[in-house]
Design a protein around this ligand. Structure first.
Ligand SMILES: [Zn+2]
Length: 261
């Protein structure tokens, strides 16, 4: 955004197709308030809608404060919405750290709610005890209070936990792929038994192979079930009883591994 004239800025940007389409759609939806579809006005109108929603999500700012008794949270670190709201207003959405020179930190992005007296030392989630701090100053304060060594240990602990989680995920993925490989091996074994059995029933090698291929999708079927399906394809006129008998015989032979091709 470049200054264009006093109180005006030039905005130039490249947007993707999806953003373009959504922007056009939003202009249509705003057309009752913005009939000409003026883009600058549309952006302003979208911000009118977006900012309160973002404030509500981030800082629990509500237009209607809750009446009645407030429920206390079991988590001592929980900062109730009315406290967040009041602190945000009081601190003006800006880090409250003041350096030795008396200069206040100007950071307004990624500001966090910080307990002046830490929760670990009995600090409460009250408007008086909570303040806004940017991430850097929040960290700095914690290091001052608990010592850099302690905070390093905390960070190390978090890093190890993340590492353990990643390790567990990788382990689960490895087990799953091993299981899939095992299943593939079993299916291949089954296909071999099947081809062998069909050949013993007098079918040609290419017929047996094709039958094995066409029943390859039956991944959870037993050998007998696959043979039965294959026989239905190979000789559709064969009686159900004869088909069942043959498939049982092939399966039995494969089990006793007496089948030879
Ligand atoms: Zn700061």
């Amino acid at each position: 955004m470049k200054p264009h004239a006093p109180g005006a800025f030039a905005l130039r940007l490249v947007i993707g197709q999806r953003t373009h389409d959504r922007l056009r759609y939003a202009q249509e939806l705003l057309s009752h308030r913005n009939p000409s579809g003026d883009l600058a006005e549309a952006i302003d109108q979208l911000l009118d809608i977006a900012i309160p929603a973002l404030e509500k999500r981030k800082f629990a700012a509500t237009t209607k404060p809750r009446r009645g008794p407030r429920r206390a949270s079991a988590d001592p670190r929980h900062i109730p919405a009315h406290v967040r709201n009041a602190v945000w207003e009081r601190d003006g959405g800006q880090c409250t750290f003041v350096g030795e020179s008396g200069h206040r930190c100007a950071e307004r992005r990624i500001v966090e709610f910080d307990h002046a007296v830490p929760v670990a030392r009995g600090g409460q989630a009250t408007v008086e005890n909570v303040r806004l701090r940017c991430r850097v100053h929040n960290q700095l304060e914690a290091e001052r209070t608990f010592g850099a060594g302690f905070m390093d240990a905390k960070r190390e602990e978090a890093r190890r936990a993340a590492e353990a989680k990643q390790h567990a995920r990788a382990e689960a993925a490895r087990a799953a792929s091993e299981q899939a490989a095992e299943q593939a091996r079993a299916l291949e074994e089954q296909a071999k038994d099947m081809i062998c059995g069909l050949r013993n029933l007098g079918f040609r090698a290419d017929q047996a192979r094709r039958a094995a291929e066409s029943t390859a999708m039956m991944t959870s079927a037993t050998l007998e079930e696959r043979i039965r399906a294959a026989l239905k394809i190979l000789c559709p006129k064969r009686s159900n009883e004869a088909t069942a008998r043959s498939s049982r015989a092939v399966a039995r032979e494969a089990r006793s591994s007496s089948a030879a091709c």
